[in-house]
Design a protein around this ligand. Structure first.
Ligand SMILES: [Zn+2]
Ligand SMILES: [Zn+2]
Length: 341
């Protein structure tokens, strides 16, 4: 049974399931335009998810074939997975920010072996033990999700209105969760006249009850020392200042009072950074830091793939602390350890 939600003012959403994932579903928004619905994100590429999207659109008295365009908040497979199928069935355009489009292009070109070698080198440099890195060095046949995502055919330009006939939808670049994450600001009065400025489709950037994963921007071909957590915190503040009347996120549920949710998150991240500094009283590699950080379960019960994500998150926090001058790399060590200053 597909669930759909009415948000008023020609905006509806469909809960498209994500298989075997505690998040449960992606909220795919359908914004009515003079030329047919425009979707904000499309959902995970899975037969059941595709069926749910089709059933949801039917429940909203439209269909995949009538979709006019697809606006993607970021390249992750729970958002961009079905874009190719939607385009095939409808002829719709697919729009994405250039930085995430670059990731899609690379993912389509990168050979699996190249990716595994990159991950092995990265984890070794972060201080991962041999038994963790070893499986990445043994070649195996496995398909990784999101390795053949659809190439977008339009670019989302920050600050500009998207081409939505009869609607005002402006792109807001909110890097952090991914380098090309965007929020979409519907610059129209809230249908229930709530105070604030329009409505914001927030993707994974701003969610009512969870914090998005902030890791390093994984890119085998880029050696720039980016600061995703710094980007994320800046983007959060900008969204807070925008003060939308309502936030329409890609997971969980719609909510109001964005500024206080932003404040909560800023306080959460500041407390987390301060907590990490006390762990860094002794020099730690990113792996050792990840082992000691607080997660939703003890380290020895965190599965393999999630440990890689956790280490990436530890590295993003270290990057931030180093940029702020609150931690530094210990000279000469291999793998590199970090210590509070
Ligand atoms: Zn995401
Ligand atoms: Zn997501």
């Amino acid at each position: 049974m597909t669930r759909t939600f009415e948000h008023g003012g020609g905006v509806r959403s469909i809960a498209v399931p994500i298989p075997d994932n505690p998040l449960g579903h992606t909220l795919v928004y359908a914004v009515d335009t003079d030329r047919g619905p425009v979707l904000i994100d499309t959902g995970w590429d899975d037969p059941a998810s595709w069926d749910a999207l089709g059933a949801g659109l039917a429940a909203l008295d439209t269909s995949v074939a009538e979709v006019h365009g697809v606006v993607i908040t970021h390249h992750h497979p729970d958002h961009h997975g079905l874009s190719g199928r939607v385009r095939e069935a409808s002829g719709a355009w697919v729009a994405m920010h250039a930085a995430d489009a670059a990731i899609v292009r690379r993912a389509r070109q990168t050979r699996h072996e190249h990716w595994y070698a990159y991950m092995a080198a990265k984890l070794t440099a972060a201080g991962a033990p041999d038994d963790h890195v070893a499986p990445l060095r043994t070649p195996r046949r496995r398909t990784l999700p999101g390795l053949s995502p659809a190439l977008p055919d339009r670019e989302i330009v920050p600050g500009e209105l998207l081409d939505l006939p009869g609607r005002r939808l402006r792109a807001l670049w909110t890097p952090g969760h991914t380098p090309g994450h965007v929020c979409l600001h519907l610059e129209e009065a809230h249908p229930a006249h709530l105070p604030g400025h329009g409505r914001l489709f927030s993707g994974d950037h701003l969610l009512p009850g969870i914090t998005p994963h902030i890791g390093l921007y994984e890119d085998p071909d880029d050696t720039t020392a980016t600061d995703p957590l710094g980007d994320y915190l800046d983007s959060l503040e900008r969204v807070g200042r925008l003060g939308p009347a309502e936030v329409l996120p890609a997971h969980q549920h719609a909510f109001t009072d964005a500024p206080s949710r932003v404040r909560e998150l800023l306080i959460h991240h500041e407390a987390r950074l301060t907590g990490l500094l006390s762990l860094l009283a002794e020099p730690l590699t990113p792996w050792q830091l990840a082992e000691r950080m607080e997660w939703n379960r003890p380290w020895d019960r965190i599965p393999y793939g999630s440990r890689n994500i956790a280490v990436s998150e530890a590295e993003a926090h270290l990057r931030r602390l180093v940029k702020l001058g609150r931690a530094e790399a210990v000279a000469g060590g291999e793998p590199v350890a970090y210590v509070a200053v």
